[in-house]
Design a protein around this ligand. Structure first.
Ligand SMILES: Nc1ncnc2c1ncn2[C@@H]1O[C@H](COP(=O)(O)OP(=O)(O)OP(=O)(O)O)[C@@H](O)[C@H]1O
Ligand SMILES: O=C(O)c1ccc[n+]([C@@H]2O[C@H](COP(=O)([O-])O)[C@@H](O)[C@H]2O)c1
Length: 213
């Protein structure tokens, strides 16, 4: 069987356990040997991050140094235009060939805004979308047409993710982590500890760089 490959895109300002831990469970649920974290350079739908692209990349490297499941993809860091996921996945699909099973990982909050993404409807032409649960966000879409769109693409069968190149949405039963980068930035600005929220090496780097003060 061709193995499913997955990219997990994000701003990662900074990376935290709410990114890493659900994806570790997701990997077991669907059979991912490797998950590639992909920091964006110019986030399409939000203000520019506080940390530079180089700092966000370094924090990711520190976070995954002892975790063989994870790799890093720097392709979006090499582009100065908005990091449109549809464009990135189109390029990735062209590199990988038409038949290879590919997936893009998002959290539930991203699924709720997915229909606002640039050329969102093309994303499923290039890859599956794997969704991790996130506390505080509803598990259904508010608009009936969008919910119908979701249901047309849903699969509950991880095998389908390996046997088809793309086109399916899988809602994974991953554990809830009530952690956000915003919460971490705010806590650090108030000199509060973030020990339980992100890897120690990342916290140490943040202190060293004087980030989020
Ligand atoms: N706690 C979490 N549980 C599940 N998914 C998450 C969690 N935090 C982030 N994600 C997902 O990871 C991806 C990258 O998220 P991002 O880097 O924007 O983190 P964030 O914590 O949402 O950041 P910010 O607070 O700055 O908006 C998104 O698809 C998001 O849905
Ligand atoms: O392509 C888009 O229009 C688009 C809009 C919003 C987010 N994204 C991507 O989705 C991923 C998660 O985004 P964020 O803002 O939650 O870090 C990240 O890779 C973004 O580049 C992509």
């Amino acid at each position: 069987m061709t193995r499913l490959q997955a990219l997990f895109g994000g701003t990662f300002d900074p990376v935290h356990y709410g990114h890493l831990k659900p994806v570790e469970t997701l990997a077991n649920l669907v059979g991912l040997d490797r998950t590639i974290l992909m920091p964006n350079n110019v986030p399409p739908h939000r203000p520019q991050p506080v940390a530079s692209s180089a700092q966000r990349k370094k924090m990711l490297e520190l976070a995954i140094a002892d975790k063989p499941l994870f790799g890093l993809d720097e392709r979006e860091l090499r582009r100065d235009t908005p990091s449109w996921t549809s464009q990135t996945l189109q390029e990735w699909r062209e590199e990988q060939g038409a038949d290879k099973p590919l997936a893009f990982i998002i959290g539930q909050d991203s699924l709720l805004t997915f229909h606002t993404w640039h050329r969102y409807e093309t994303i499923l032409d290039y890859a599956h979308v794997l969704v991790c649960r996130r506390p505080g966000y509803p598990s259904t879409l508010p608009d009936p047409d969008r919910q119908a769109w979701l249901e047309r693409h849903l699969t509950h069968d991880p095998e389908a993710l390996h046997s088809l190149p793309g086109g399916k949405i899988y809602l994974a039963e991953t554990p809830w982590y009530d952690i956000s980068s915003t919460q971490i930035r705010e806590r650090l600005a108030r000199q509060q500890s973030c020990h339980d929220l992100l890897p120690f090496a990342v916290e140490e780097y943040i202190q060293q760089q004087g980030l989020y003060q």
